[in-house]
Structure formats: structure tokens, C-alpha cells
Design a protein around this ligand. Sequence first.
Ligand SMILES: [Zn+2]
Length: 78
Amino acid sequence: MGLTSDQINTLAQLVVDTAAAEIDCDEFLRRVGELAAALAEPATSTRSLREAAQHLKVCPECQEELRALLEILELESR
Ligand SMILES: [Zn+2]
């Protein structure tokens, strides 16, 4: 919960037509900064991002981590 529909759409596009390898939470957290950047610049879609987005679909805890990070980034950009 907490992600905007635009962000969810971007994530959904990342996982379309991919059989992304499953990654665990530790690996996700290593990529979460990259994923947050991709949400700001949706043109980028790498295998690493697709795998992270795939994990996000199945892991509410990491959704929360991403949401918190996006909040921080938004605050910093003001
Ligand atoms: Zn996770």
C-alpha cells in the first residue's frame, strides 16, 4: 500500500514479458535505490530492475521499504 497507481503501472511494465529470476529481500535492498531512480525516470528497464520489481510484487515488506525510500527522496527534493 502507499504506492501511487503511476508507480504501480511502471513496476508492472518492468515485469511484463519477463521471466525474472527471483531475488530475496537482501538482494532487493541492494537494488532499491536503483529502482527508486527508475520510478523517476521510467525509460530505464534493466534486468536488475525487472528482478527487483518482480520481488516487489510478492513481498509487502519490501514494498514498504521502497515506499519509505521514495518518501525520503521526495522530502530531499523539496
Ligand atoms: Zn522482500
